[in-house]
Ligand binder design. Structure first.
Ligand SMILES: [Zn+2]
Length: 305
């Protein structure tokens, strides 16, 4: 994540141009979130506080890991299968941006990739290194030198945390080898959970909406993209979008731990658990999926830019 908190100098949200299409965005649902009326991209003014110890301590990292791991492991294998349809994984070099616990690095290494993580949060980076994984501390692209290249660059639930999406994607285009793959999975603004959460927030039930944005967590979301909008942004950096794949967002196994990653059970989290458990198949239907994977490819020949 290349986020640099801009503190109190951030311009007001209303009327800022949409980063995808330039249309002035409109404040919606809460004072800190706004939506583009043209392309449906959402922007927030939430700021990352990666190294905030107070916030880190509020998260039960064990519960978070248990809850997320089963969901992520299934999706990670799916992502690698999809990348493998575009280029061989064996011996391919990978930068996994925001590598966190290192689960994707481990899965990629198991497939023969030369996988290296880039992770700004020191505890996460140490955790992954303790499991034998290769991780650089810092942000992308600052942690990559100008002459380094990669066959694959991945962002797994990371790009939505980065304020300057265009600068990040341009750095990807510059860092990928010809024919290299950019793999981005993000929460989907047209997914069922986000649509339900924003509807509930409009009638005063804000918990699920705050959870969608990771409000109050060390690294909240700065954007929520519809898949089509993300594709537009990626394409303007000279990358060719090759695949758009809905991924599972709700898995019954591990769901309880996932919902309890912050604080004690509340009536809201208990109701959320019941609803999500019962409706898991509905959430994972392709048109409703709350996670979308986009794979894009750098041009085969290096072109003057
Ligand atoms: Zn827009």
């Amino acid at each position: 994540m290349s986020a640099t908190p801009s503190g109190l100098t951030a311009p007001p949200l209303a009327g800022r141009p949409c980063l995808v299409c330039g249309t002035p965005i409109e404040v919606k649902v809460t004072e800190w979130s706004a939506r583009c009326p043209s392309c449906g991209t959402w922007r927030s003014t939430l700021e990352p506080e990666i190294e905030s110890e107070a916030l880190q301590q509020e998260i039960d990292t064990d519960a978070r890991a248990v809850g997320l791991k089963k969901l992520r492991e299934g999706n990670n294998e799916r992502i690698l299968d999809e990348i493998a349809t575009l280029r061989p994984l064996e011996a391919a070099s990978l930068f996994d941006v925001g590598s966190a616990h290192g689960w994707f690095l481990a899965a990629a290494s198991a497939r023969g990739m030369e996988a290296e993580g880039i992770e700004p949060e020191a505890g996460m980076a140490d955790h992954a290194r303790a499991h034998g994984l290769s991780v650089r501390s810092g942000y992308f692209p600052a942690a990559v030198s100008a002459d380094e290249r990669a066959d694959v660059i991945s962002f797994n639930d990371v790009l939505e945390h980065i304020p300057d999406v265009d600068a990040t994607l341009e750095a990807c285009a510059q860092t990928l080898r010809p024919g290299g793959i950019l793999s981005v999975n993000i929460p989907n603004a047209t997914g069922l959970a986000y649509r339900m959460a924003s509807s509930l927030a409009r009638i005063g039930v804000r918990g699920p909406y705050l959870r969608c944005w990771q409000h109050g967590l060390p690294s909240p979301h700065t954007h929520y993209f519809p898949a089509e909008a993300l594709i537009r942004v990626i394409q303007r950096h000279g990358l060719v979008v090759r695949r758009t794949v809905p991924l599972s967002s709700v898995q019954r196994d591990g769901l309880w731990a996932r919902l309890h990653m912050v604080g004690r059970p509340t009536p809201l989290t208990i109701v959320s658990f019941a609803v999500l458990w019962l409706a898991a198949p509905l959430f994972n239907r392709p048109g409703n999926s709350d996670i979308v994977l986009v794979l894009a490819q750098a041009p085969a020949e290096t072109q003057p830019r």
